[in-house]
Write a protein that binds this ligand. Structure first.
Ligand code: COA
Ligand code: ZN
Length: 298
């Protein structure tokens, strides 16, 4: 039987939040429509954070209001405090992805919280989300390294995972926000997390800042992970991470996986078309390999 790998498209959120290009709300909705036409069934469509902190996500409520809800697509809202959670519930998000942080330096700058305070905040917000009947997932950002403090102790990540599991999350992503992980580190961290949070369902979130993202995806899949975050075109990055670059590109992941016999449910040629469309609306080239080289066999 073919193994299915589900890709969570994060282009409309992680992708656009730090891109120099400025999309209008209508263009964001067109991006989302195009992704749905590629077969995307789950995506981060916006974030409910301070508009001062991340101006590019200031129109997320309008984006959610403009979504075509007749399609079987799960639109995820990112939140990292109670105000964000309440705004995401009001926007009728299909899922809330809560951001935990594994490093103090990044945590202070990104969200004004230490790792432990981010878990306190999740514990405070989880009941609201459960009461609203909305699926809750979480991402541990800078799980493989902090841009300000350097190495992150895997014990901190495992402890956050255990607390998130107790708070009732349905899925947990380990996020390599600044693209410093290596494939062997990926395998080791997954094993470590599963010792302390054995029932957690894992997703992985890689940035390609240092060229190892596809290798890291392969390592995670070998380790049993079935859900991967990726962004069309490989756009993306965090405004609070110096020299941040894009997420692993959706079309590059789809190519690697489908060529290896996995099923993703995504249409590679439509993804490449969407990446090329993105170049026209963002006003700059995107970084994915497949948008340059094309598929093989042609
Ligand atoms: N949505 C909109 N506005 C928000 C908000 C939210 N979720 N949370 C706080 N605010 C507003 C407050 O109302 C307040 O507004 P005011 O200045 O007009 O009174 C202002 O932001 C500051 O609020 P405060 O609670 O003091 O927060 P802070 O200044 O310590 O910042 C965060 C904390 C979490 C709001 C901020 O760091 C943030 O939004 N970070 C997002 C980072 C991010 O998205 N990174 C990329 C994805 S991981
Ligand atoms: Zn990211």
């Amino acid at each position: 039987m073919t193994r299915r790998i589900d890709i969570v498209e994060v282009g409309p959120r992680d992708g656009l939040q730090n891109d120099p290009g400025n999309l209008t709300t209508a263009q964001k909705l067109e991006f989302i429509d195009r992704l749905e036409a590629c077969g995307v069934r789950r995506m981060e469509s916006g974030s409910f954070v301070s508009p001062k902190a991340v101006p590019k996500m200031a129109d997320s409520a309008e984006v959610f209001m403009g979504l075509d809800r007749s399609r079987p697509v799960r639109h995820i809202a990112l939140a990292l405090n109670e105000k964000g959670v309440r705004r995401a519930i009001d926007a009728e998000a299909d899922e809330i992805n809560f951001v935990l942080v594994a490093g103090e330096g990044f945590g202070r700058r990104n969200q004004g919280m230490s790792p432990s305070e981010s878990a306190d905040m999740l514990e405070q917000c989880a009941p609201l989300i459960h009461e609203a009947g909305i699926p809750l997932s979480a991402t541990i950002s800078v799980a493989f390294g902090d841009p300000y403090d350097g190495e992150v102790d895997p014990a901190v990540v495992a402890n956050l995972a255990a607390r998130a599991q107790r708070a009732g999350i349905g899925e947990l992503a380990l996020g390599d926000t600044i693209g410093v992980a290596s494939p062997w580190q990926v395998r080791a961290l997954i094993e470590r997390v599963l010792i302390e949070a054995p029932d957690v369902f894992l997703r992985m979130h890689f940035h390609d800042t240092r060229g190892a993202a596809l290798a890291n995806v392969a390592a995670a899949i070998e380790e049993g992970v079935d859900v991967i975050d990726a962004s069309c075109g490989g756009i993306g990055g965090c405004p609070f991470a110096p020299a941040a670059t894009g997420n692993v590109a959706t079309e590059d992941v789809v190519y690697m996986l489908e060529r290896s016999g996995f099923e993703t449910g995504l249409d590679l040629s439509k993804l490449i078309e969407t990446a090329k469309w993105l170049e026209t609306v963002l006003g700059h080239p995107v970084s994915s390999s497949l948008s340059k080289a094309g598929p093989f066999p042609a």
